[in-house]
Each structure stands twice: as structure tokens, then as C-alpha cells.
Design a binder for this molecule. Structure first.
Ligand code: ADP
Ligand code: MG
Length: 284
């Protein structure tokens, strides 16, 4: 769906390039996440992909065509959710969706169905000015699905949401993925990247440091040890064993046989641990 080669971008008046030669692809039905700290260039990349920032260098192909050659019908085919909600605060939730819906010439989803999906149906007649930040985020999010698009861009879809609503949004994204939708998303939250993305691009300072699946990253770079916690003379002790050939490790077997075992866990690096390992930067 998307093919990007050597993408560079510099904001007018800025001293240095914000994007320094990005290469990536997004296949049909895939969820690709851009994971990186604030200021890395995630939103800039999304704005280029949706045609808002035009003076980029390099090649950006969407639906097999160079982005700059796509006309306004591009907006009929994609769904976009921006990082900061852009809504009409004097309108109700329903009026907002009705307004944006009228901009499409393709057939659209029922606004009430979308509001229900994000848990806002009961607030449909409330003015957006009375909405909490989380409610605005959810209304903004469901806008992306009005035209039932196959290609969806979500900029920080769960930021500012409490855990319950963040889970709701994550479940909706997973359901869209199951329906075969192609999704580009940005996040600085490793759990969002891990739970939703087929592949994750680590982006720092306008450069992609690595792209891989979260699972593969953990397999390749996670610590491969088993940590056993056990009681000894009323005290909690632990030992770590290499997971390779653990079945024939006599010390491990003896420990299991002779001690009162409390927990046994494989030690897994988190995606953030791996991010720091690879990029030298934390996600915050
Ligand atoms: P992210 O989404 O990863 O937090 P952004 O893409 O928003 O990062 O920003 C990347 C860099 O570009 C930052 O250094 C930011 O300050 C700069 N930037 C973003 N928007 C503008 C703008 N309109 N004009 C100039 N610089 C900008
Ligand atoms: Mg951003």
C-alpha cells in the first residue's frame, strides 16, 4: 500500500532536516507502528503520507502512485486521526460527524454506530466544548472510520486516555486489522506498539534505526534466562539459568527437586529495553 524511499523533509526555516532519509514499506492488511520519543519525526511522517506536507524529497508511493500525483480523491480512500483533536467545539458530537461525513462522496458509516464503537453514543447530543480531553480524543479517533477506508493513519491513538478507554481504542484497531485494513500508526507507548503492530519502526531524530516484528525483536534481543525464586531458611533467594539446554541442566533440576519454589519466569526484555539498546534513547 505504501512504499517510501529515502524520504527527507525540512521545515521551512529549520536549520536541520527533520526526516533524514526514511525507507519503509507498508503491506496490505499490515499494521506498521512508528515508535519513538517526542520530536522524533513521527507526526511529520504521517503528515507527509497524508499529503499535508508537500515539499518532501525522495519517493513516496501510495496505492502504487507517487503521492504528489494523487488528487483530492485520495482523501476519499484514507482515514486519518490527528494527534490533537480538530473538532468544532460548538457542535455536538453527532453534528461534528454529520458535518465531516457530508464532505465525502463515497458512502459513509452511520455516525451513531461509530459513536457507539468508542463509547460516546450516550453523549451524542452533548457539545464538544463540554467534552473531556479523553472524549474529544475518542470522537477524533472515530472520525477516521467515517468513509470506511482501507488505509488508516492514526497519530498517537491512545495518548491522553485512561487505561479502560485506551483498551477500547486498541480493541477497535485490532478489529480493523482483522477486517483486513492497512494501518499506519505512531506512538511513544511500547505497549501500543507491541499489542497492535505487525512490525515496528524505531525512529529517533528523523532516522529509522530498525524495523522488525515485536516478537522477533524480543526473540533476537531478549535475555534468554529462566529466573527461579525459592525459599531458603525463611528467606527468598533466586537463581538464573541459561534457557539453552535447560532440560539437562543438573543444577536447575536439583533446585526444582529440593527447594520450595515460589516463581519461575523467563526474563523478557521489554520493547522499551530493546529500544534503548538499539537507539541509545528512551521513549520519553
Ligand atoms: P513526533 O511526532 O515524533 O513527536 P514531530 O514530527 O511532531 O515529532 O516533530 C519532529 C521535529 O520537527 C521536532 O523537532 C519538531 O520540533 C519539529 N517540527 C514539528 N512541526 C514543526 C513545524 N510546523 N515547524 C517547524 N518545526 C516543526
Ligand atoms: Mg507526534
Amino acid at each position: 500500500m505504501i512504499k517510501v524511499k529515502n524520504l527527507e523533509f525540512t521545515y521551512a526555516g529549520a536549520g536541520e532536516k527533520t526526516l533524514k532519509g526514511l525507507d519503509f514499506e507498508l503491506g496490505k492488511g499490515e499494521v506498521l507502528g512508528f515508535l519513538g520519543p517526542s520530536g522524533a519525526g513521527k507526526s511529520t511522517t504521517q503528515k507527509i503520507l497524508i499529503g499535508i506536507l508537500k515539499d518532501y524529497k525522495g519517493q513516496v508511493k501510495v496505492f502504487d502512485k507517487e503521492l504528489n500525483s494523487l488528487g483530492t480523491d485520495y482523501y476519499e480512500k484514507i482515514g486519518v486521526s490527528f494527534e490533537l483533536p480538530n473538532l468544532y467545539s460548538k457542535f455536538t458530537a453527532l453534528e461534528n460527524l454529520d458535518f465531516f461525513r457530508a464532505l465525502y462522496s463515497v458512502s459513509t458509516e452511520s455516525p451513531e454506530k461509530l459513536l457507539d464503537m468508542v463509547g460516546l453514543l450516550e453523549s451524542k447530543n452533548m457539545r464538544v466544548s463540554e467534552f473531556s480531553k479523553g472524549m474529544k480524543m475518542r470522537l477524533n479517533f472515530c472520525r477516521a472510520f467515517l468513509n470506511n477506508p482501507d488505509l488508516i493513519f492514526l497519530d498517537e491513538p491512545t495518548s491522553g486516555l485512561d487505561p479502560v478507554n485506551a483498551k477500547k481504542i486498541k480493541d477497535i484497531i485490532l478489529e480493523q486489522k482483522q477486517r483486513g485494513k492497512t494501518i499506519f500508526l505512531t506512538t511513544h507507548n511500547m505497549n501500543v506498539a507491541e499489542d497492535l503492530c505487525d512490525r515496528v519502526a524505531f525512529i529517533v531524530n528523523g532516522e529509522i534505526k530498525l524495523i522488525d516484528s515485536p516478537r522477533q525483536l524480543k526473540l533476537d534481543r531478549g535475555k534468554k534466562v529462566v529466573r527461579v525464586e525459592y525459599q531458603e531458611q525463611g528467606k527468598m533467594e533466586f537463581k538464573e539459568f541459561d534457557i539453552a539446554e535447560i532440560g539437562s541442566n543438573q543444577q536447575f533440576a536439583a533446585l526444582l527437586r529440593e527447594k520450595q519454589i515460589e516463581t519461575i519466569h523467563t526474563q523478557e526484555a521489554t520493547l522499551e529495553d530493546i529500544f534503548i539498546q538499539v537507539t541509545g534513547r528512551s521513549l520519553i
